[in-house]
Ligand binder design. Sequence first.
Ligand code: PRP
Length: 212
Amino acid sequence: MKTMLNVALPKGRLGEKVYAMFEKAGFPCPSIKENNRKLIFENEECGVRYFWVKPSDVAIYVERGAADIGVAGKDILLEYEPDIYELLDLDLGKCRMCVAAMSGWRDDTRRTLRVATKFSNIAQNYYCSKGRDIDIIHLNGSIEIAPILGLSDVIVDIVETGTTLKENDLLVYDTIVPISARLIANKASYKFKGSEIDSIVTSISSQLEEGK
Ligand code: PRP
């Protein structure tokens, strides 16, 4: 029996773009395009199996070897620091991790800064590198509300178009790091299925070059 390459794709539009790249790289799986609620698709002939998973969970599947490779945002990789190989920047899902606050906000460095975020580790590392004393308020979404209601002084969050900040009267005060989707691999899988994985990396790299 042929060994299967297990691929965790982030559910949603980004995942569909990524699948198209894998298809071009010689790993098609036509049944994935059927409009149903199935989450696992395979093409035994090509030796590939795809899973649709929540984007923030891809790195967990890959780190633990349930998937050999996958596509995860750099935000998730920086936040959870999974023990995986980061193989390629896919130049998709581009946004940036920022510090934002109400317009007119001024940092009072005599006081502990209250930071609301879904990305506690990224925020902690950023302020630690600046030697700034902070109090993290971990939230799971709608982070922009925190400074408006006085729950925090600033937020650390993803900015894509900037619309959410604008519509809530917030401004970017600093960019921490640019974010994009990355192709990642399980460390053991990269040893044992290296030739399949490398052929995907080579094909996708040239697809990205052609698209430039
Ligand atoms: C993200 C992020 C911002 C928004 C930024 O939220 O947390 O709220 O997108 O995008 P924009 O700059 O294009 O407006 P998401 O949609 O993931 O929902 P969340 O509230 O659960 O974080």
